[in-house]
Write a protein that binds this ligand. Structure first.
Ligand code: UDP
Length: 237
């Protein structure tokens, strides 16, 4: 089947990597997530990944301790580096070349971001993992996903979550909640729906970068998406 999306920016939250645990990484979950990356590569899809750090640390969680917010955010960004390194090794264990590029310089562990170079690496079939978010405090890895997606000329930002799309209400609390199959950027704003944080969302909107929110644990969901099938919710103009 032909590919609808040749180059994607895949965003995983840190929590998505911790399985049923309450903290850190789950080996089995990591392999499950990475298997999807392998399936994408086997189809010839170019994959850039932004990973969050919420399974380890979020900058805002330590307020009131004396730790400054900017320091907390630096700690949060370092948490994303830990996840990125784990992802890289698991990806490489499946015989796919992968690299970690970090927005914070960490000599000997990762290299810096260079969009031109990344595009070449992606075309060569390498998986590129973007760590440390945007490199600046007060942002999130959703914003990093939007930013890197635009920078690497991705065809779409795929936001992998535990819920299979965007709903009229929280489906866990409201059984009558319905899933949207498509939304425009304007509808998301009018209805005040939580797709990504606003900075990330506006960046996608301004650059006409489509976003698809989907369930990362639904078998073959990401494969169906790159082949142009409906899965989760698509936000576009
Ligand atoms: N962070 C940051 N700047 C960025 C991206 C992330 O300061 O550009 C910090 C922030 O403290 C955030 C933490 O890193 O709470 C982890 O990222 P995020 O909360 O986006 O992870 P996720 O929820 O996706 O696991």
């Amino acid at each position: 089947m032909a590919l609808k999306y040749k180059r994607i920016l895949l965003k995983f939250s840190g929590e998505a990597l911790m399985g049923d645990g309450e903290f850190g990484l789950c080996a089995q979950t990591l392999r499950k997530v990475v298997k999807q990356v392998k399936d994408l590569r086997d189809l010839g899809v170019e994959v850039g990944i932004v990973v969050g750090g919420g399974n380890i640390f979020r900058g805002a969680q330590i307020q009131g301790s004396g730790i400054q917010r900017t320091t907390g955010d630096h700690m949060g960004m370092m948490a994303t580096v830990i996840n990125a390194l784990a992802l890289r090794d698991v990806i490489e264990s499946m015989d796919i070349k992968a690299q970690v590029l970090s927005a914070m310089s960490i000599e000997g562990i990762s290299t810096g971001f260079n969009a031109n170079l990344v595009k070449k690496q992606l075309s060569n079939g390498e998986v590129v993992i973007f760590a440390a978010g945007t490199g600046s405090p007060f942002f999130t890895t959703d914003t990093a996903a939007a930013l890197r997606g635009v920078e690497i000329d991705a065809d779409i930002v795929l936001k992998a979550t535990k819920v299979d799309g965007i709903y009229t209400a929280d489906p866990k609390k409201d059984p009558s909640a319905e899933r949207y199959t498509t939304l425009t950027y304007d509808e998301v704003i009018q209805k005040n729906l939580q797709v990504m944080d606003m900075t990330a969302f506006v960046l996608c909107r301004d650059h006409k970068m489509p976003i698809r929110v989907f369930d990362m644990f639904k078998d073959q969901a990401v494969i169906r998406i790159v082949q142009g099938e409906d899965e989760g919710t698509l936000v576009s103009s």
